[in-house]
Design a protein around this ligand. Structure first.
Ligand code: ADP
Length: 498
């Protein structure tokens, strides 16, 4: 049977596309982050770093000046060292004498220790008179004694601060050159273009490879599952394909398991249909044959006619029993029958079932012994429990072979009641025991009219007892008989019999 279900279309929702898209998006995010930090933000980052160094240099200059204001030689050496350390030029102006000392940043001086040789060397630096008066004005306007400014045209970052020591005011100027980064940024940009292209290309290729590796086995599984859905139960899903991911192997394993289950059900179903058609055909043939006999032969002979009619009635009963069994099992399995519990007398129920089987017992030469006549109350769905008892007792009759006795027992325990039915017939082998509760399962596969059965009686028993949530089971030994049993809850105090 081919089931037509709406098949999802591949496209933007496919696994392949998603993996590919994620990879490319990830690569683009990385490329963009690189561009932002290496190209867009670099100027801002560089200036703020320079500003920090300049301020640190200014702090050190103030400290040195305070410490060595009276020791000119040490002051000079230390100032040169500071200028080199922070890569800045330092200028100190004594405001009362207008004496100016400049310590420029000169890397080659730093190497041989610096200091001394350039004493009071007046460098024509960015620190011009106009600049100095401008700085002074700003410091005064500022009120906190210092100012830091960036001069666009000379690319200089200049700090100015005033410091008063022993009544003399000094103006300290620290100037750092801001390098033009355009050239560097240009080089980085070129490199970034290459890196970006490589990155996007690499992720494109990697994503396609990975997506294929994931989707190929999935597609294979889908193809086979399609075959399965078309009724081919011989498909085998590839569990150990080299390079498969564990999850996919697990999926394949689960599908193989499901396929085996389906195969089994299909086999049992085929057997069941064979059994049922046989079971239906036999009574029908009998009914037809006896009806014809009445028409052609025994119509006027009352005694014979009644005998023939009796057969017809029996066979019709058998037919309707079979059909109602089939209905019950399908309804139970579909969960269509509701659980309707009440308190009832188990002994009375068993007696009712046994009396229904009186004629059959007589004909088969069997005898059913019930251990008690006293009322034993239980809680359950009375109609369904009746069916369970009926199925178990008829099974005991059907499979007891030459033995004549069937023992039915109702025991009352502290918390529950236990019903059991024991026969002394053929018993069930250990390997069949776990399967007898399955739908359509029959130990004796050959169909014998003497034991009419469809293999659904015990599956009804199982469904009903599971619906009740009670324990049930069977003990059996091949050759010496079986005991089928189940338990039911006792009514709680206050619960009344209906
Ligand atoms: P059936 O209609 O064939 O009796 P059931 O579901 O009632 O179907 O039972 C399934 C199988 O279990 C039977 O075919 C039979 O082989 C085995 N079985 C059930 N009850 C007994 C029993 N009391 N003794 C031996 N075998 C039994």
């Amino acid at each position: 049977m081919k089931i037509n279900v709406h098949e999802p279309k591949s496209g933007i929702h496919s696994l392949k596309f998603r993996i590919w898209f994620t990879f490319i998006a990830f690569a683009l995010v990385i490329v963009m982050t690189l561009w932002l930090f290496q190209v867009v933000f670099i100027n801002g980052y560089y200036s703020s770093m320079k500003e920090k160094t300049t301020l640190s240099a200014a702090d050190e200059v103030k400290q040195l000046l305070t410490t060595y204001v009276n020791d000119e030689d040490t002051l000079n050496t230390q100032m040169y060292a500071a200028a080199n350390k922070y890569q800045t030029s330092i200028t100190i102006i004594n405001e009362s004498t207008s004496e100016r000392s400049t310590y420029p940043f000169m890397p080659e001086i730093a190497e041989d220790g610096g200091g001394g040789r350039f004493d009071k060397f007046v460098v024509k630096s960015a620190v011009s008179e106009t600049l100095i008066s401008e700085l002074k004005n700003e410091i005064n306007a500022n009120g906190n004694g210092e100012v830091i400014k960036y001069y666009e045209e000379s690319s200089m970052l200049i700090y100015g601060g005033s410091l008063t020591l022993n009544g003399t005011t000094y103006l300290t100027v620290v100037s750092s050159k801001l390098q033009r980064l355009d050239e560097v940024v240009g080089v980085i940009s070129n490199q970034l273009i290459i890196v970006s292209i490589c990155l996007v290309l690499a992720s494109f290729i990697a994503s396609i490879l990975i997506a294929n590796r994931v989707s190929r086995p999935l597609n294979k599984i889908t193809e086979k599952a399609q075959l399965l859905s078309e009724g081919d139960y011989d498909v085998v899903f590839d569990e150990r394909h080299r390079g498969n991911y564990v999850e996919i192997s697990k999926l394949a394993h689960t599908l193989n398991y499901a396929t085996n289950g389906l195969k089994q059900v299909e086999k049992l179903r085929a057997e069941f249909i064979a059994n049922v058609s046989h079971d239906l055909r036999t009574p029908l043939t009998m009914i037809k044959a006896y009806a014809e006999m009445i028409r052609d032969i025994s119509g006027d002979d009352k005694e014979k006619r009644d005998k023939h009619l009796e057969v017809i009635i029996q066979e019709s009963d058998r037919l309707s029993e079979l059909v109602s069994d089939l209905l019950d099992v399908s309804q139970l399995q579909a969960g269509a029958l509701a659980y309707d519990p009440s308190v009832f007398d188990m002994t009375a129920l068993v007696e009712k079932v046994v009396s229904r089987l009186d004629i059959l017992c007589e004909r088969m030469g069997k005898h059913i012994n019930v251990n008690t006549t006293e009322s034993v109350y239980a809680v359950g769905d009375i109609k369904k429990i009746q069916q369970v008892v009926y199925n178990l007792v008829t099974n005991a009759l059907n499979y007891s072979d030459d033995s004549t006795e069937i023992d039915v027992a109702i025991e009352e325990n502290e918390n529950d009641i236990k019903f059991s039915v024991k026969d002394y017939g053929r018993g069930i082998s250990e390997e069949d025991l776990p399967n007898i509760w399955d739908r359509y399962y029959r130990v004796d596969k050959e169909h014998k009219r003497s034991v009419a059965g469809t293999g659904i009686g015990l599956s009804i028993v199982k469904s009903v007892l599971e619906m009740h949530g009670t324990e049930y089971g069977v003990e059996s030994q091949i050759g010496s008989g079986s005991t089928f049993w189940f338990k039911l809850n006792k009514p709680e105090e206050g619960e009344d019999e209906e």
